[in-house]
Design a protein around this ligand. Structure first.
Ligand code: PLP
Length: 423
């Protein structure tokens, strides 16, 4: 197995995406492996934000229709840019809201309990915000979350089995909401098979793509996924709190969304200001109010990079990076109690890897003190995301060498094994 520095140098020389590193603000004295929590700023995003700010400066109210990126159409424009990343049609997509707001919107729209079909099926490994949203939606319908929210169990605490998910699709389930990639272990769920099973049973299904968009390809329309939602500040590098995304399958586009506002209107009717809503016949109907233009702006620049490179190339390099990282961990760190909790198979592994260790919190602090930015996940997880657009194989090599030194010299013992405010 090739794991040495020469091999990393060789992989970097072969890497056709290497020029893109210069497109980002990469600090040369840190190794940033947290792009799946907050992606780095690109120069194109910075430029787009300044262009939009200038439109405000120069056009004031007329910026809605004038300037380089008229604000009135920006959510739809960015929606269109999502298309190749999620495998959907432009009219099925919109940039709007935030992940958690969008779950509320979509569950308010697609959860229609009838007769004995009253339950929502989720899983026990999803990110808490998704679960809180599902619980409160059940409560709004007068149902007790303890009885009506079913969470598929994990056998090993890290991954889910497709059969367990399908077995939980019983006749009392009205709606399924699952992540595409688990935020801790990085496991990719088999969205195609799971969606097919849901459809055969007449259950609507939606996916949270927060950890997969911009990292792996999707074919939402073709798979027949009913809806999906995602944030844009992780792999899509949209910046803190950047505007999120919604996909709704075209067969549902005549439906009136659960939560409406004047931005749900057909665009040509919106300024008629009538009290009877004429909803857009696109996913644009899932917007509620005025879009957060300054938080959409970075996406103009960052999505241009994705459309230029293409998700297949990004996925190919991402797999090479995580594979190299896993090989290094298995050879260099085998004496130090690390456990790889991510799937080893390419087809099941998303864009990051997850190591568990009893001293994970102090190890993360030690890494940070050495200029390497990991992501600590309580109680014992270290998430490492080498990102295809801006990380290098040499950085992966150096990270593992540093980890090894931290363990051999027990440098991590200088730090308390507890988490900080965020990580
Ligand atoms: C990042 C993430 C969120 C964050 O939701 P926000 O509304 O953007 O704060 C929610 N769910 C999952 C699965 C995530 O990975």
């Amino acid at each position: 197995m090739k794991t040495g520095l020469e091999y990393a140098i060789h992989l970097d020389e072969q890497d056709s995406l290497s020029p893109y590193r210069d497109e980002f603000y990469v600090s040369e004295d840190t190794i940033y492996l947290d792009g799946n929590s907050l992606g780095l700023l690109s120069k194109r995003s910075e430029k787009a934000v300044l262009t939009v700010l200038n439109a405000w400066k120069n056009h004031a109210i007329d910026g809605w229709t004038d300037g380089e990126y008229p604000w009135f159409y920006l959510s739809e424009k960015i929606g269109k840019e999502f298309a190749p990343l999620v495998g959907a049609k432009p009219e099925e997509l919109i940039a709007t809201g935030s992940t958690t707001i969008n779950i509320h919107q979509l569950v308010a729209s697609f959860y229609e309990p009838k007769g004995k079909r009253t339950k929502i099926l989720a899983d026990e490994l999803n990110f808490p915000s998704d679960i809180y949203a599902l619980q409160s939606q059940l409560q709004l319908h007068g149902f007790s979350p303890t009885e009506h929210l079913v969470q598929v169990k994990s056998k090993d605490g890290n991954t889910l089995h497709t059969e367990d998910i399908v077995d939980a699709m019983t006749e009392d389930v009205a709606l399924i909401v699952l992540p595409s990639v688990l935020y801790r272990s990085g496991q990719i769920l088999d969205m195609k098979t799971i969606t097919q099973a849901a459809r055969e049973r007449g259950i609507l299904i939606g996916f949270d793509l927060c950890h997969s968009i911009g990292s792996i390809p999707h074919f939402l329309s073709e798979w027949g996924v009913d809806f999906a939602f995602w944030c844009t500040y992780k792999h899509l590098n949209g910046g803190p709190g950047s505007v999120a995304g919604i996909y709704v399958h075209e067969k549902h586009l005549s439906k009136i969304p659960g939560l409406t506002g004047w931005f749900s209107s057909a665009k040509d009717k919106q300024f008629d200001l009538e009290h009877e809503l004429t909803p857009a016949q696109t996913a644009g109907a899932y917007q509620i109010g005025t879009p957060h233009i300054l938080s959409i702006a970075p996406l103009i620049g960052s999505l241009e990079i994705f459309s230029e490179v293409g998700i297949e190339k990004i996925r190919e390099k991402s797999l090479q990076l995580t594979d190299y990282l896993i090989n290094l961990v298995e050879t260099e760190l085998r004496d130090f109690q690390f456990e790889l909790s991510s799937p080893r198979e390419d087809s099941m592994r998303g864009g990051h890897i997850f190591l568990t260790h009893p001293s994970a919190a102090s190890i993360c602090k030690a890494l940070k003190a050495e200029g390497i930015v990991p992501d600590y996940r309580s109680p014992n997880g270290i998430r490492l995301a080498p990102v295809a657009l801006y990380n290098t194989f040499q950085e992966v090599w150096k990270t593992v060498q540093t980890l090894k030194a931290i363990m051999i010299e027990e440098r991590y013992k200088k730090f308390e094994n507890t988490r900080g405010v965020i990580a």
